[in-house]
Write a protein that binds this ligand. Structure first.
Ligand SMILES: *Cc1c(COP(=O)(O)O)cnc(C)c1O
Length: 372
């Protein structure tokens, strides 16, 4: 059987090599007589898996040593509450609204802190990125929250705001669920980054929190201990039983990222640089075709188009069912758009090869010819 190309927004496709390795190790991890799911999180075997995964993530993303890497649960939606509990001290916090995910984050944070909206693209139907210079930043915010890639609306920040240059001394906090490990991160601009694993780094059930040490240790008294960043950090993410299997799979994905090679006009790239170059090429191919097709459209401003999540529309919604049925017959799965945007959406995360995007574009061309 040929493996179909799966464009799901999350949980999403994983690298075939990772799934094969996990399958081979399912019943017996390296001669221990146990699968990873069956191991104590405090066993030396699992500790070695956990430490290697963290070390690999630190290496891939060049995470500075004064940042903690926490392996938590609850997803980014739980973080919408956990973050203000940990970092706001109940005071003023700034939120930029760039799509449905940041909107959700701001709404939840209002339960715990004084939320101030610094900018919003709502009047543009979340298809633009408000110019950073126009943001109405507070003088005294505990942090400034952004969603650096809006999974539903397909809006990505290709350069993070430099808050210090904009006159704010608050740390930037970003929900990077759907593009974590797809590109480098400029940590000099970031106080905390968080995201669920199920888009780009593994199965659902694990949340990554990467937080600068000096920001933690001031959680509200109501914060559940299992969600207090300081408690989690002091216990090596093992205050409660962590999502061990998801942690292990993420570790395999990090190894896979490190092994990637890509030959480009700039020479041979490896690891995250190879992944990023491939993501740029995949996005260029798909957006390039959408723009020249005269049939399909993408509504997002060019400077804000996501490399990971590409919403697009057919000339009429009456064609949607035929498009999806034909796609499935061509082994192209899960292209239906999110219900609040409609149309189609191709999520082209790290694990989607260029061949998958080529197959999608080829199908789209044929469909446009036969329905144009
Ligand atoms: C998927 C996603 C979420 C929601 O994640 P959960 O795991 O369901 O909590 C939040 N933010 C962004 C940007 C996402 O892509």
């Amino acid at each position: 059987m040929t493996r179909p190309f799966n464009f799901a927004p999350g949980p999403a496709t994983l690298p075939l090599e990772v799934l094969q390795q996990a399958a081979n190790e399912m019943l017996d991890w390296r001669g221990t007589g146990m699968g990873v799911m069956e191991m104590s999180h405090r066993s030396k075997e699992f500790i070695s898996i956990a430490e290697q995964a963290e070390a690999d993530l630190r290496e891939i993303l060049s995470i500075p040593s004064n940042y903690k890497v926490l392996f938590m649960q609850g997803g980014a939606i739980a973080e919408n509450a956990v973050l203000p509990m940990n970092l706001s001290r109940g005071a003023r916090v700034d939120y930029a609204i760039t799509g449905s995910w940041s909107q959700k984050s701001a709404k939840e944070a209002r339960k715990y802190a004084d939320v101030h909206v610094v900018a919003s693209n709502e009047s543009d139907h979340h298809t633009t990125l408000p110019a950073y210079g126009s943001w109405q930043l507070s003088d005294n915010a505990a942090y400034v929250h952004v969603c650096s890639n809006e999974t539903v609306h397909g809006v990505e920040m290709h350069e993070l705001p430099d808050l210090a240059a904009l006159g704010s001394n608050a740390p930037l906090v970003m929900d990077c669920s759907s593009h974590i490990a797809s590109r480098t991160i400029d940590w000099s601009r970031v106080g905390m980054a968080y995201g669920g694993a199920q888009k780009n780094i593994g199965p659902a059930g694990m949340t990554m929190v990467i937080v600068r040490e000096d920001l933690i240790g001031h959680a509200m008294a109501i914060t559940p201990s299992a969600f207090d960043y300081k408690v989690v950090a002091d216990n090596g993410s093992m205050y409660n039983t962590p999502p061990t299997y998801a942690w292990y799979i993420a570790g395999l994905v990090f190894q896979w990222i490190k092994q990637q090679r890509e030959t480009t006009p700039q020479g041979e790239l490896t690891g995250l640089a190879a992944i990023e170059a491939r993501n740029v090429a995949k996005a260029a191919l798909l957006y390039g075709y959408l723009d020249e097709s005269g049939f399909y459209t993408n509504p997002v401003a060019v400077n804000a188009r996501s490399r990971m999540n590409v919403p697009f529309f057919l000339p009429s919604d009456d064609l949607n069912d035929a498009f999806l049925a034909g796609a499935k017959a061509h082994n192209l799965l899960q292209l239906k758009g999110h219900k609040i945007v409609g149309g189609m959406r191709a999520s082209i995360y790290n694990a989607m090869p260029l061949a998958g995007v080529q197959a999608l574009v080829s199908y789209m061309k044929d469909f446009a010819v036969s329905h144009g």
